[in-house]
Design a protein around this ligand. Sequence first.
Ligand SMILES: Nc1ncnc2c1ncn2[C@@H]1O[C@H](COP(=O)(O)OP(=O)(O)OP(=O)(O)O)[C@@H](O)[C@H]1O
Ligand SMILES: [Mg+2]
Length: 365
Amino acid sequence: MLQRCICCCFSLEGREAARRSHKGHGGGGYPWEIYTLKQLVHATRNFHEDNKLGEGGFGTVYWGRTDKGVEIAVKRLKAMTAKAEMEFAVEVEVLGRVRHKNLLSLRGFYAGGEERLIVYDYMPNHSLLSHLHGRRSADLLLDWPRRMQIAIGAAEGLAYLHHEASPHIIHRDVKTSNVLLDADFCAKVADFGFAKLIPEGVSHLTTRVKGTLGYLAPEYAMWGKVAESCDVYSFGVLLLEIVSARKPIEKLPGGVKRDIVQWAAPLVEKGAWERIADPRLGERFEPAELRNAVAVALRCTDLNPDNRPTMKEAVELLKGRGLWKRTKDVAVEKAIGEEGDEEEDAGISEPSQPERQSWKTTIVR
Ligand SMILES: Nc1ncnc2c1ncn2[C@@H]1O[C@H](COP(=O)(O)OP(=O)(O)OP(=O)(O)O)[C@@H](O)[C@H]1O
Ligand SMILES: [Mg+2]
């Protein structure tokens, strides 16, 4: 059935054929619909510049309103290179299957001639990127509870992709522009275009490294080794970004680049957890939650993929329900268990020798 749906996009000509084929699949069985070009041209005012929401690696996204008054986001893929065509097929197939409260679902698509258009629900609060670093950052709409809600939501969306979706899905491009926010600031992880459908438990090698600099797990960037743990690494970077509002990579004077983990880890080691919080929050954050979130982020970005938690474990840890089980987590557990009192902070920066050793293996890169 799915095969034939992909065929709708590539083999059959024109919308009537696509419509016929789609109906032939059993109609109501699919959670998405096929749009006509006319509908989408009308909705986006012929892809008017003013309707542009932004541009990514594979195309431009436009805001639109359908005849029924529903707000939509239409991703218009760039000229049909082989890459983009594959991207379209993957995205249609993956999004057609996956439904979860923290994933941006596909509303529909159009395929005909040179055009490949993907239709999503419009997310009125745009992307996490725009709130942390972009145009909306000055409004400071992301207070602490919202940030934690977004972090947990994004983690749950990824955990669903890794553990529940069948077959399991690795996202491969987890970053703040791919976490969108609905009217209630509920996180919706977007863009499964990079995702690969993989059979259960299989980790495999790929020659094409996709993703965005600053978020890439070292083993993925260097050897192209793809596994769920690569998403876990990217999520750790995202988590640090959420709490600190710093960019994944910053340029230091002299042109040296430093990633966000290299910035945060020494602060944790000094016990200066509070300095990691976004300064714009002032004191309006929960110190214990901050410590927990930072500790989870550091675990997720461990250089050794085997030491990273799964996304399911990350969700539990973020909710404060997980156990810091391994020996080397003792120092983390100790640190996050302490309230933000000066004396105790000093204790974290000067742990006993064995603890310090284990602590270093966790956070020092
Ligand atoms: N459904 C949507 N509602 C609101 N804004 C959206 C929606 N989908 C995408 N956007 C925004 O449109 C812009 C372009 O998105 P696009 O996915 O093309 O690029 P990207 O996320 O920056 O990079 P990539 O191509 O790697 O995903 C982004 O700022 C994104 O947040
Ligand atoms: Mg995107």
